[in-house]
Design a binder for this molecule. Structure first.
Ligand SMILES: C[S@@+](CC[C@H](N)C(=O)[O-])C[C@H]1O[C@@H](n2cnc3c(N)ncnc32)[C@H](O)[C@@H]1O
Length: 298
C-alpha cells in the first residue's frame, strides 16, 4: 500500500477523494480518473463498479458526514473554476503552466492539454514520489509535457523553475489551488512577489483564500463524530489564512496584477443553480474567494 505524507500532504489526498467522488456521479461535472487511483493506492483496494469509495478519515462516500459533504462541495466547485481558467489560458496561447502545491492535481493528464504545453508541478518530494508511483503503476500518461519539481514553494522558486526550463520571458499561468491558506500573510506576500518577478506581462494567476477564519460553530462542531473532529482540527490547525485581511483585487493590485474574475465558491454554485451546504450557504457563513489576475508591466 502506498503512503501519502501526513499533514498538509494528506489534504492533497482529501482533495483527490472529492474529485474521485465526482467521477462516480451519474453526470460528473469533470472527469478525473487518476483521483480514484490515489484513493485506491491508500485504501488498498478499488471499489467494484457501482460500489462507494472506501472511507478515508473524514472522507465518506455515503453522504453520512455533513462536514465531508461541505469539504467536497468546496473542492468540486473550485476544481471547476480552475479547470475553466486553465483551459481558457491555454486556448488563448499560454504554453507554460506552473502549479504551486500541486499535490495530486492531474490536469496534465485529464484536461487534454496539447503536447506543446508544459505543466510544472511543484510540491514536496514525498508528495511527488507518491504521485509518481501511483500514476506509473496505473499507466497514466499526460497529454502535455509534465515536469514534476520537488521544491519548497516558500524557499525560492526562481532557481528550481529556471533549471526545470521555465522561460520567464514568456507568459506563465500560475495555478495556486488549496495553498495560500497554509501560509502566513508575510509568506503569501513573499511567494506572490517571487511569482511576479517570474511573470512576463500578460501572465495569469488563478488562486483562492478564505473570506475569514473558521470557527467551530461554522461546522456545528459539537455534533461531529470523533473522526470528523480530528479531521477538523488537523485542517483548521494548519491554516494561517494567507492574505485574508485583503480582498483579492487589492492583494493582486498591490503586486502588479490586475484582477480579472473575483468570485467565491458559494457564488459560483449559486450561478450554476447548485445546492449550497449550510456551512457555506447560511447567512454569515464563511466562503472561499476564487480569483484570477493578469500581470501588468511594473
Ligand atoms: C490542499 S493540497 C492541494 C493540492 C492541489 N493543489 C489540489 O488542489 O488538489 C496542498 C498541497 O500543497 C503542498 N504544499 C504545502 N506547502 C508547501 C510548500 N511550502 N512547498 C511546496 N508544496 C507545499 C502540500 O504538500 C500539498 O500537496
Amino acid at each position: 500500500m502506498s503512503v501519502i505524507p501526513a499533514g498538509v500532504g494528506w489534504t492533497a489526498l482529501l482533495t483527490a477523494y472529492g474529485r474521485a467522488q465526482e467521477a462516480l456521479e451519474a453526470e460528473p461535472r469533470f472527469a478525473d480518473a487518476c483521483a480514484a487511483d490515489f484513493v485506491a493506492a491508500v485504501a488498498g483496494a478499488r471499489p467494484a463498479g457501482g460500489d462507494p469509495l472506501p472511507r478515508l478519515g473524514p472522507a465518506r462516500d455515503d453522504g453520512s458526514s455533513v462536514l465531508w459533504e461541505s469539504f467536497r462541495f468546496c473542492f468540486t466547485q473550485r476544481t471547476l473554476f480552475y479547470d475553466r481558467h486553465v483551459l481558457r489560458a491555454v486556448a488563448a496561447g499560454c504554453r507554460q503552466v506552473v502549479v504551486l502545491g500541486a499535490g495530486l492535481d492531474c490536469r496534465a493528464f485529464r484536461l487534454g492539454l496539447p503536447a506543446d504545453v508544459t505543466v510544472f508541478e511543484v510540491d514536496r518530494a514525498a508528495v511527488l514520489d507518491f504521485k509518481h508511483e501511483v500514476l506509473a503503476k496505473n499507466g497514466r500518461v499526460p497529454t502535455c509535457r509534465r515536469v514534476a519539481l520537488a521544491a519548497d514553494v516558500t524557499g525560492g522558486l526562481s532557481g528550481p523553475l529556471a533549471a526545470a526550463g521555465l522561460d520567464p520571458a514568456k507568459p506563465v499561468l500560475w495555478v495556486v489551488e488549496g495553498l495560500l491558506m497554509y501560509f502566513t500573510a508575510d509568506v503569501a506576500d513573499r511567494v506572490l512577489t517571487e511569482v511576479t518577478s517570474l511573470s512576463a506581462p500578460g501572465s495569469l494567476i488563478v488562486s483562492e483564500y478564505f473570506v475569514r477564519s473558521w470557527e467551530n460553530e461554522d461546522v456545528g462542531y459539537d455534533a461531529l463524530d470523533e473522526q470528523e473532529k480530528a479531521a477538523w482540527h488537523l485542517l483548521v490547525g494548519a491554516f494561517e489564512y494567507g492574505p485574508m485581511d485583503h480582498k483579492p483585487g487589492d492583494w493582486l493590485a498591490s503586486h502588479h496584477w490586475t484582477p480579472d474574475e473575483v468570485t467565491t465558491v458559494a457564488e459560483e454554485a449559486r450561478e450554476e443553480g447548485r445546492a449550497i451546504p449550510d456551512v457555506f450557504g447560511r447567512p454569515g457563513a464563511n466562503d472561499l474567494w476564487l480569483f484570477t489576475g493578469t500581470r501588468v508591466a511594473d
